[in-house]
Each structure stands twice: as C-alpha cells, then as structure tokens.
Design a protein. Sequence first.
Length: 139
Amino acid sequence: MDNEGKSSLGLEEGEVAAACYFYFLGLLILIMERRSNFVRFHAVQSSLGFGILTIFLLCVQWIEPLHTFLWWAPGLLMLCFAVYMMYRAYHGEEYLFPLIGKLAYSAVYEMDSEPEESPASSNNKPIQEETRHNITEGR
C-alpha cells in the first residue's frame, strides 16, 4: 500500500491541508495529524491566522467607533484568507503567508529536525532530501 501524498487521516495531503482553513478546524487537524509536515504546517498557519483575525474581530466589536464603520472588515478578511489559502494548500504549495508563515514553518519543521552536530562531524552528514511541495513566501 503506497501512502505517498497521504496524510495520517487517510486523505490526500492537499485536501486535508485545504480543510485546515475552515476556521478553527486547523486546530483539530493539528492534533490528529501525525505523518505529514505539509498538513501540519497549514494547520499551524491556519490557527495563527484565524487567531489573529478573531482578536481583530473582537476588538472591532468591543470598540464602538470601530464597530460603527468597520463591522464588515473582519469577516471579509477571514473569508479572503480562507479562500486564498485553501487554493494554495490544495495545489500543494507551502505558501508562507506574510507575518505568520515563517513562524508556522519554523514551528513545524524545526521541531522535527535533529539536534545540530559538532563541526567535526558535519562532513559525514547525509544530504537532506528536498521537499516535494513548492514553498513560496508572501510579500
């Protein structure tokens, strides 16, 4: 049985990564996903993005002058974030969203890396395998 491109949830990585952007479903997927760093990256990035946007939503609702003029802005930002990132994730891109992408990437990929070896043993290090997913950084 070939599990190439499958998450530990039994679905294609792109499908699960895109599902992370359904509001806070990313948190649940982050807890359940064990195999795919690609899916875990999108789950962390989604959780950070929606966390920040939820804080913005609460600020707009609690501050009366902001609520009067900007009641629509947080919802529109959440929708745009979700749709854009679902598209990127579904097509296999590890798109680093501005401000939160690098944090999510380091949270997932640096946790799994081995501790650094001493300089004397660095000559014997195996060459790291390149990731199969496209990594793009937002500007």
